[in-house]
Ligand binder design. Structure first.
Ligand code: IPE
Ligand code: IPE
Ligand code: MG
Length: 257
């Protein structure tokens, strides 16, 4: 990968956790006079390229927002298309992802997903559970507020059962009750399409994330765009509430080898 060899990747940034809000497929297609489905199809190609490029850019965890709980409000045809594309992606790419030492983890609500999708997602997670080069977190049928509600319910049940004292509830306990318990908080969140919002993505986890909002649509997000975004991240001054640049972000303590 010669064209990314020149990117500045300081040692302490080899274990990055990156979230991507893959937005703009529909507008990409519309601007070319194509049906929205074509944008989504090309979006899967961009996703594939991003997963391939991630490890060489120092990314250890890549969380991709693929379908939100709010996306059910789209026309039924489009929802079916998006479900179909996920199935196709897992069926076509699972073997290669496994060979590339990628671990797949799914976050989101199982409710509302068809049995065949749930079976494919379970198969993908089972097969790849011991892989360690990159963890690909697929946020599918995901909503951050709903995830937080689930965590609060689980903690409340434990309190009611007398297992924990409400006074013992702290930031760590809540983090561990989320579906992202084993995924470090994102260092960096990228959103394509020019929209500047989170749309219910990783609200709790993004407390100290850096953000970049790119003016390109998701199907145009290629290796060069990913590389440029990571370079921009590497120029950011992360202070975590302090006064000087943090040399070792929390994350690297947990993940760097
Ligand atoms: C992102 O592209 C894909 C999903 C949200 C599933 P969009 O479908 O949101 O495309 P735009 O934002 O309408 O252009
Ligand atoms: C966010 O994009 C969800 C995904 C990328 C899966 P949307 O297109 O659904 O978000 P809004 O509606 O513009 O906020
Ligand atoms: Mg959109």
């Amino acid at each position: 990968m010669s064209d990314i060899a020149n990117v500045e990747l300081p040692k302490h940034q080899t274990g990055l956790s990156v979230g991507i809000i893959m937005d703009g497929n529909g507008r990409w297609a519309a601007s070319r006079g194509l049906p929205r489905f074509e944008g989504h199809r090309r979006g899967v190609e961009a996703l594939r390229a991003a997963v391939r490029a991630a490890p060489d850019l120092g990314v250890r965890y890549l969380t991709l927002y693929s379908f939100s709980l709010e996306n059910w409000s789209r026309p039924k045809r489009e929802v079916l298309d998006l479900m179909g594309l996920l199935k196709r992606f897992i069926r076509n790419d699972l073997a290669e992802l496994h060979k590339s030492n990628v671990q797949i983890k799914v976050i989101g609500e199982p409710d509302g997903l068809s049995a065949d999708i749930l079976a494919l997602l379970a198969e993908a997670q089972d097969l790849t559970r011991n892989n360690s080069r990159l963890t690909l977190v697929i946020a599918f049928n995901y909503g951050s507020r709903q995830e937080i509600v689930g965590a609060v319910q689980a903690i409340a049940r434990r309190a009611l059962a007398g297992e924990i004292d409400p006074k013992a509830i702290d930031v760590d306990m809540i983090s561990r009750a989320l579906q992202t318990a084993t995924v470090p908080d994102p260092d960096f969140i990228i959103r394509t399409s020019g929209e500047q919002r989170l749309s219910n993505f990783l609200l709790w986890q993004a407390a100290y994330a850096e953000f970049i909002f790119l003016p390109i649509h998701w199907p145009d997000f290629d290796q060069a765009a990913f590389t440029a975004a990571i370079s921009e991240f590497n120029r950011r001054d992360r202070r975590f509430g302090g006064l000087v640049r943090a040399v070792e972000p929390d994350l690297s303590a947990k993940t760097a080898s």
